[in-house]
Design a protein around this ligand. Sequence first.
Ligand code: NOJ
Length: 453
Amino acid sequence: MKSKDFGETFYWGAAISAAQTESAALANGKGISIWDEFCEAQKGFFKSKFRIKSKHHLNYSSDFYVHYKTDIDLLKSMGFKHFRFSIAWSRILPEGETINQQGIAFYQEVIQYCIDCEIEPWVTLYHWDLPAALEKKGGWTNRAILDWFALYADVCVRHFSKVKHWMVLNEPSVFVGAGYFFGIHAPGKKGFYNFFKAMHHANLCIGYIYRIIKNINPDLHVGSTFSFTYVESIDAQPKNLKAAKTANLLINRLFFEPIIGLGYPKEDLKILYQIEKHIQAGDVELMKTNLDFIGVQTYTREMFKHNALNPFLKIKQVPAQHRTNELTAMNWEIFPPSIYHVLKMIDNYQTGIPMVITENGIALMDEVENGVVRDAQRIEYFKNHLKQVKRAKSEGMDIRGYFAWSLMDNFEWAEGYHPRFGLVHIDFETKERTLKNSGHWFRSFLKTDESQD
Ligand code: NOJ
């Protein structure tokens, strides 16, 4: 397999996000975000509780805020021509209202440095770090988020006019599910009521903000990213097949079908009728968005079976540990055909919208030994997943690019710093950067014409 097999215009890139890499949580006028707060101790009756594993805190991550030039140089050295990163909303509008010029200046410098290095910036507006001041007003459960986001998007698009590629949201199903249903991500809210409201507002935002950006400049390339996972039933028993169908609806359809004009799949899951009270006239049309690209983010396969004890959904996830394939440091199953099946599933909707794989990668517990990180498993992961992408392309699916997650090790949300996703190793104490063997592999894959099978 050669990188050229994917075509001359294929976008090859690597991705990061602000909250996971920047540190500098309060530097130069930045406001507090919901993730800054979520990392702090919760004062309990007897002792404080922490919600991030090992009490890790995002403020001690990769220091991209300081080292961005080194990081972009490393990206370039591997032969990538595209860089996906996000803007911290609370660096731009610390309380959600007034512009922080120092925040604007920081991203202008990052963007300019990309351009100087002939790297195309791909900017995600929302990668989960809402200003805490807006969460106090209800965050994603408050419909006013449309206005707050409109202001933020307008400020960004006008100030960062050199950026051509924009993404509105990063994986709404994950930040809404984990943050507003399970309460395991910021802001830690729970239950169906919060979930339905936050979900509907996130879906509306995609359409609303897409139109705002295109109104400012119709030539901009605007998409949004979605988390997709290949879902299977544990076996062919009808009740288990039904459970897998429900899981597929929740994981893959619920946040995607409204955007491509199919509305919420209420007929297939009656509890979804509860969303109706949040839907206003014109909402269905507003959610329907002819995006310029669908950002596909996918990592693994999940399996489900029937569970009579689960009151509403009747489903149970079968942990990857109960299966035979190898696992990643996230305990996710390594199953390369899953990316092909996900691409095929999206292709089957026949939206006519091109796909860009905006995230794919593997977490390991990498260590530096004598200046070398021997992450052979990561190289295998990328090779095998890319072969499946090539297979999908050869069947005619419109796939325009591939971004590895992640450029460098970073803060993996509630999991803290142990799972490492980077092509570049970060020593979180010294901030030293070491290109892993997988980074060297990408360099030969992207820069030479030799086959890398
Ligand atoms: C998806 C998210 O966008 C990213 O922030 C996260 O680190 C990766 N998946 C890995 O879990």
